[in-house]
Design a protein around this ligand. Structure first.
Ligand code: XMP
Length: 509
């Protein structure tokens, strides 16, 4: 078993970031909710307690027995985690006189403490807290302060137990990575050998053992997750894996043919299914975004089920699920409202009676990409922008017709090709075009036109949860707009979406 760091989640928005920073150090870690702690096995080398939107002073605030770790394993409390440590052992936590949010500087650092190795005096850190530790318990020493927070960090005497008020995991804490490295490597003694190659070898071994001679079926999307998962399973069981790639008639221009071709080059056994008409029929007359998503999701299941039934004796369903989809995040404020139903999370219905195999369910997206590159999967697949399962259907506002799909495919193709030709594609997290149910007046030659409006959207993001619009150069936008209006029949106006998420979302539906 790989050495690992256990991260206990109290519901902070930054918990996943802590895990990603630890993974970037080539150390394996897992996030578990504070109220569902796994068995503490010898491979666990240290424990990190996350932040939380709650206050330790709240009644019913998240709590756990810290004696099970203190003095037995290195322990690092971050923000709420540090306040919990302080409060539970007799210290005092009170509301801050000034709510500290944003940048601060460490004006005092105890340089004798390993945690601060290669962290400079005055180092910039990121604070985000409404409470502050006023008094430390007996035996707890202040090891760092800022001008306004006396206890910016503490250590327990003769014990590898630490608390820090700031967030080392966010990039605004400029030396936060050094601090986490000090904890994980120096203090916990992890050996930083959890690399893509190790992951690949152990995953293939594990898959061989798990799957034996069984057959697996898997739906591919052309995206990085399902492609990398399929290659790993293929390496383990060869032709016992059958992949299905469905043309739902809502893909990008030429995408079906191109993706199918690249899968075949990779040696995968792929069945291409042209189901365009089934999807168009299921969408006929539907205008509500959620109705459209449901129709597409249900049709996909039917089409996939038909194909899976053709594979005799198939036992497993392969999926490209990644870690952020499976982390049982602690919902401190109850389940969040469904904003959009993402039908690809949750998989296929029980009636398929297949067991599920998900080789990437411990990786973050950057880990998946690193593994994909180590497997020599072409960059065209690895670096591909995310594309929603319902495809262009949620970028055509209102009802879907083949003609509208064809129009949007042309517009999207000009935009995406333009981004690639101008070296902008990799700077953008996701881009696409939206066909609006709006006509506007224009003039072409001497003729009045009354045609469609399209919007272009390009966003920067880390995980799609939040996003900002990209400041694409005006010259580029001008060129693309001209090309679209000149070449795509039925479009006479192009606009650029400058909304961030929140409050907007990335997709328009
Ligand atoms: P939103 O629009 O919610 O999108 O800001 C966030 C990310 O999710 C993708 N998305 C989907 N992906 N099925 C998918 O597979 C869906 O129904 C769906 N809706 C949105 C979106 O493209 C973006 O990357």
């Amino acid at each position: 078993m790989a050495e690992q760091i256990l991260i206990l989640d109290f519901g902070s928005q930054y918990t996943q970031l802590i895990a990603r920073r630890v993974r970037e150090l080539d150390v394996y870690c897992e996030i578990h909710p504070f109220n569902n702690i796994p068995e503490i096995t010898p491979d666990i080398k240290g424990v990190i307690l996350s932040g939380s939107p709650c206050s330790v002073r709240d009644e019913g605030a998240p709590d756990l027995d810290l004696d099970q770790f203190r003095g037995k394993l290195p322990l690092l409390g971050v923000c709420y985690g540090s306040q919990l440590l302080a409060q539970k052992y007799g210290g005092t936590v009170l509301p801050s006189e000034i709510r500290e949010y944003g940048r601060a500087n460490l004006s005092y650092i105890d340089k004798h403490v390993d945690l601060f190795h290669e962290v400079s005096y005055d180092s910039q850190v990121w604070m985000s807290h409404g409470d502050t530790i006023k008094e430390l318990p007996e035996g707890f020493d202040v090891i760092s302060s800022t001008p306004s927070v006396k206890v910016a960090a503490f250590k327990v005497k003769d014990e590898d137990t630490y608390g820090i008020q700031f967030h080392p995991e966010v990039t605004h804490s400029l030396e936060g990575k050094n601090l986490l490295r000090n904890f994980v490597v120096q203090i916990c003694g992890c050996s930083q050998d959890w690399t893509s190659d190790i992951f690949i070898d152990s995953t293939i071994e594990g898959l061989k053992e798990k799957l034996g001679e069984d057959k697996v079926v898997m739906g591919l999307s052309g995206g990085v997750d399902s492609s990398v998962a399929a290659i790993l399973i293929h390496k383990a069981i060869g032709d016992h894996l059958t992949c299905v790639f469905v043309d739902n008639g809502l893909l990008r221009k030429n995408e079906y043919e191109e993706v199918l071709e690249s899968y075949k080059d990779l040696g995968l056994n792929v069945i291409g299914v042209d189901a365009k008409q089934r999807f168009y029929d299921s969408l006929k007359g539907k205008t509500d975004p959620e109705d459209k998503r449901k129709a597409i999701g249900n049709t996909f299941i039917e089409v996939f089920d038909d194909e899976a039934h053709k594979i005799e004796g198939v036992k497993w369903l392969g999926q490209g699920t990644i870690y952020p989809d499976v982390i049982e995040s602690v919902s401190v404020n109850g389940p969040s409202a469904t904003i959009k139903s993402h039908h690809n999370v949750g998989g296929l219905p029980d009636f398929m009676k297949l067991k599920v195999v998900e080789p990437l369910n411990t990786l973050f997206k950057d880990g998946v990409r690193a593994v994909g590159r180590a497997l020599e999967i072409p960059e065209a697949i690895i670096g591909r922008h995310p594309f929603p399962g319902p495809g262009l259907a949620i970028r055509i506002l209102g009802d879907i017709t083949e003609e509208k799909v064809a129009t949007l495919q042309e517009v999207d193709h000009i935009f995406i090709k333009g981004l690639k030709d101008h070296g902008l594609y990799d700077e953008v997290w996701q881009a696409g075009a939206i066909l609006l149910p709006v006509q506007s007046v224009g003039v072409m030659g001497d003729e009045r036109t009354y045609e469609k409006v399209v919007a272009l959207r390009a966003v920067s993001s880390v995980d799609g949860m939040t996003a900002d619009w990209v400041h694409l150069p005006y010259e580029f936008l001008g060129l693309i707009s001209n090309e679209i209006i000149n070449k795509v029949k039925g479009v006479n106006r192009v606009v650029y979406d400058i909304s961030s998420k929140p409050p907007a979302t990335i997709e328009w539906e």
